[in-house]
Design a protein around this ligand. Structure first.
Ligand SMILES: Cc1cc2nc3c(=O)[nH]c(=O)nc-3n(C[C@H](O)[C@H](O)[C@H](O)COP(=O)(O)OP(=O)(O)OC[C@H]3O[C@@H](n4cnc5c(N)ncnc54)[C@H](O)[C@@H]3O)c2cc1C
Length: 750
């Protein structure tokens, strides 16, 4: 590393040079830095020489999905470690890729690297549980046919990034905190284009006389800035998880599978996934009006109220409506299954499957209602259980309504509408845990969780899942938990080859920013992919590009020019009378949740794309009106989020235009599609929701998007064929020779 300062009237610019600059201090970025250091040491560099060649640049050490997100037991999906059940990398890769749109070489690399990286984390002190023989015990997760998942508790990814951080600190690798990335510096054009470094605003300097700008130049750049969580209004990504997708597109990186975001049920007051035991405990799910009144057990069936405008208790209507589930047992079993069938999946809606629950939650919210999980009561088909007063929630009913059937089911009222003929009747019986379908009942029995109430079952299975809410001001013993169907993860991201190198040589993309997953992925495989990607990138960098510092002296004019343009833009961000950055961000978020969420429609997406383009052009033309000092950061974010939203919408429009249908974690509305239930409406159109099934012929390709501002929509789309997994198993001696001669790094396609 070396450092050089330049000063102007109102800012100090510091140039730093490293061999590798990593953006992002989540589990992926930290791990890559650890591996880089270790590979450099193996090459003979001293501790100091290795440490000085690497920097991790981040907007916040305590920010990002790894540090701030989780679930009941946050899952790490790895190759099987059961002493009794055999597993293979090819089987594992098959699971990663079998829903389509996933490159075979990436899936195989994630499989082969899985245990190496898992044990790397174990060595770094992540507390993954073992039994008395030392086996890492597994369980089943979503889209997972085996029990390959493990967990270190609700905060697995936090432990990962913290343990790796401690390792970096021991190694002496620098972590540059409070650095908001404002620009990726590029040099050269066409095939010789490179990303030379990142420009950051030191957010601690915002309140000082001079703004501190840092330029981190690197021979290699690793982008690990996570998903673009702040794109969505309804989101379980942690607040402040902005990402840098817009900046990366502008620098020339190509996106893949951007359409494949994941959505699922999560709590909103404290952003946390309610997967796993939160749902396996089988809480009651109910809704209220905006003021907390008019409580309804809406899963039991729609309220048929011919007297619109009046609040008619559900009790009086339920038996006359058409139910969504044929029995309480089916409804409760599906709540249980939501635990490990967590992401919204349009292929699990028909025939009363578990994703019907997400759709019903969403449907309820379309009506302006709020939806809650109630851990004090079992699922029911009737009477209100809570009062909301000034002091908050008060339970009406006694606890312990578990096993004994009660008289909750109302009798029909005269004069109500006749049941709709082609749908099931609502559940009529009370919750009875012994009547659950065998998959649910046996699981709970094995887990010792047949207690009378959801909260007792949750406590029996996973007390830390209750504690995490307590630590964040929510007492599951005393209040219901508000939930929504939230954006949670992007399976897509930026295109990488089997060494996680992007389309720009010397720039690597890892973690959630890399688009390595296909349409569906087993829960927990994001963390595995993030670790393997960091290992692969580090190995390639050290062995192919080497460990020297870069020399960009030939590009000084180019770099100065880009910095001048950036500072001119900062001036434009203070334009009086222009829109405020926060307002712009909210507009982007509203639009993305409405048009690019888990329910999509071509016409709405096209309109959203047009509006997104208008908003971006408006920012470009008139700038933004950043009022306080802090708002400079929001202005930077607003501009690149605006460009990111165009990329996502363009990809969505293109995929819908190709007739993709409902797949992954989104459902596509079509006039001639399949109707689920007459009471389920499409939010955007207000009409009965009919959905188009998946078009499986598109599973063999990946949709790419690339920035090109000469085009009216600013992005070019292209469908590319999937890369296969290499199958050239060599004998040991030739393989050893290839390794010694470094040929393994040359068998590379982009
Ligand atoms: C609620 C929830 C539950 C999840 N559960 C699971 C699970 O059980 N299993 C699983 O495999 N995955 C899960 N995921 C996904 C997984 O947590 C993430 O994909 C993973 O942690 C991402 O790691 P990362 O290192 O790529 O990025 P992150 O951990 O998000 O880190 C991003 C880093 O980049 C920095 N950064 C971001 N923007 C900027 C910027 N503009 N300038 C400078 N720095 C920036 C951040 O400060 C942060 O340091 C979950 C996600 C959520 C939201």
């Amino acid at each position: 590393m070396d450092v050089e300062n330049k000063q102007t009237a109102n800012q100090t610019i510091t140039f730093h040079r490293y061999n590798t600059v990593i953006v992002g201090s989540g589990a992926a970025g930290m791990n890559c830095a650890v591996h880089l250091y270790e590979f450099m040491r193996q090459k003979g560099f001293s501790r100091k020489e290795s440490a000085e060649r690497i920097v991790v640049v981040t907007r916040g050490l305590a920010l990002g999905a790894s540090r701030m997100s989780g679930s009941d037991k946050q899952t790490y999906y790895k190759m099987g470690t059961s002493p009794a059940v055999p597993d293979s990398a090819e089987d594992f890769a098959g699971t990663l890729s079998n829903a389509g749109c996933c490159h075979g070489d990436l899936a195989l690399a994630e499989a082969i690297g899985s245990l190496r990286e898992f044990y790397h984390l174990v060595q770094a002190s992540v507390p993954f549980p073992t039994d008395s023989m030392g086996s890492f015990v597994g369980y089943k997760t979503d889209n997972d046919p085996f029990e390959r998942a493990t967990s270190a508790g609700p905060k697995t990814s936090k432990f990962m990034s913290e343990c790796l951080q401690r390792q970096l600190e021991r190694y002496g690798v620098e972590i540059a905190d409070n650095q908001e990335v404002a620009h990726l510096l590029t040099v050269g054009a066409g095939k010789s284009r490179r990303i030379a470094g990142v420009v950051t605003v030191d957010s601690k300097s915002l309140y000082r006389v001079r703004l501190r700008i840092n330029v981190y130049l690197g021979a290699n750049i690793v982008l690990a800035a996570g998903g673009p969580g702040e794109l969505y209004q309804t989101s379980v990504y942690p607040k402040g998880q902005v990402g840098i997708h817009g900046l990366a597109f502008k620098a020339g990186l190509v996106g893949e599978n951007l359409t494949e975001s994941q959505f699922g049920l999560a709590s909103t007051k404290f952003r946390w996934n309610v997967s796993g035991t939160y749902m396996q405990a089988i809480p009651r799910i109910f809704s209220t009006d905006a003021g907390g009144g008019d409580e309804r057990d809406f899963l039991a069936g729609p309220v048929r109220n011919s007297d619109k405008g009046n609040t008619v208790p559900q009790k009086a209507n339920i038996s006359n409506g058409a139910g969504y589930f044929p029995s309480m047992s089916k409804m409760a079993t599906n709540i249980f299954l939501k635990g490990y069938q967590w992401p919204f999946d349009p292929q699990r809606i028909e025939n009363q499957q578990s994703s019907l629950i997400d759709l019903l939650v969403f449907n309820e919210m379309q009506k302006g209602r709020h939806v809650f999980l109630d851990f004090l009561h079992n699922p029911s088909a009737g009477s209100p259980k809570w009062d909301v007063g000034h002091s908050g929630w008060q339970p009406q009913a006694q606890l312990g309504d578990g096993k004994a059937p009660s008289a909750e089911q109302p009798s029909p009222s005269p004069g109500d509408e006749a049941p709709l003929p082609h749908h099931t009747e609502p559940p009529t019986e009370a919750f009875n845990i012994e009547a659950l379908e065998p998959e649910a009942y046996q699981y709970l029995k094995r887990a010792g969780a047949l207690q009378d109430t959801p909260i007792d079952r949750l406590f029996a299975m996973n007390p830390p899942a209750i504690d995490i809410y307590k630590q964040n001001g929510i007492d599951l013993y005393a209040e219901p938990l508000e939930i929504a169907v939230c954006a949670q993860h992007n399976n897509g991201g930026f295109a990488v080859n089997k060494w996680w190198e992007s389309n720009i040589p010397g720039t690597f993309v890892i973690g959630e920013m890399a688009g390595t997953h296909g349409v569906k992925r087993p829960g927990g495989s994001a963390l595995n992919a993030g670790q393997v990607g960091g290992l692969r990138a580090a190995e390639y960098i050290v062995n192919v590009y080497g460990c020297e510092l870069p020399d960009y002296s030939d590009w000084e004019d180019e770099i100065t020019g880009q910095l001048d343009q950036l500072f001119a833009k900062f001036d434009k961000y203070r334009a009086v009378g222009s829109p405020m950055p926060k307002v712009m961000i909210q507009k982007i978020q509203n639009r993305m949740t409405l048009s690019a969420g888990h329910i999509r429609e071509l016409r709405t997406a096209r309109r959203a794309l047009k509006e997104a383009l208008e908003l971006y052009r408006l920012i470009q033309k008139n700038g933004l009106s950043a009022q306080g000092k802090r708002e400079l950061i929001w202005a930077i974010q607003a501009e690149h989020l605006a460009l990111t939203s165009i990329a996502y919408l363009k990809a969505i429009v293109e995929l819908l235009r190709q007739g993709s249908g409902s797949r992954g974690s989104h459902l596509v509305i079509a006039r001639d599609g399949v109707e689920i239930h007459p009471d389920i409406i499409a939010g955007a159109t207000g009409k009965v929701l009919k959905f188009k099934p998946e078009n499986p012929s598109l599973r063999d390709s990946v949709l790419r998007v690339e920035y090109d501002d000469s085009l009216p929509d600013m992005f070019r789309c292209e469908s590319v064929e999937l890369r296969a997994a290499p199958s050239d198993a060599k004998a040991f001696e030739p393989a050893w020779r290839d390794f010694r001669e470094g040929k393994i790094y040359r068998e590379n396609e982009r």
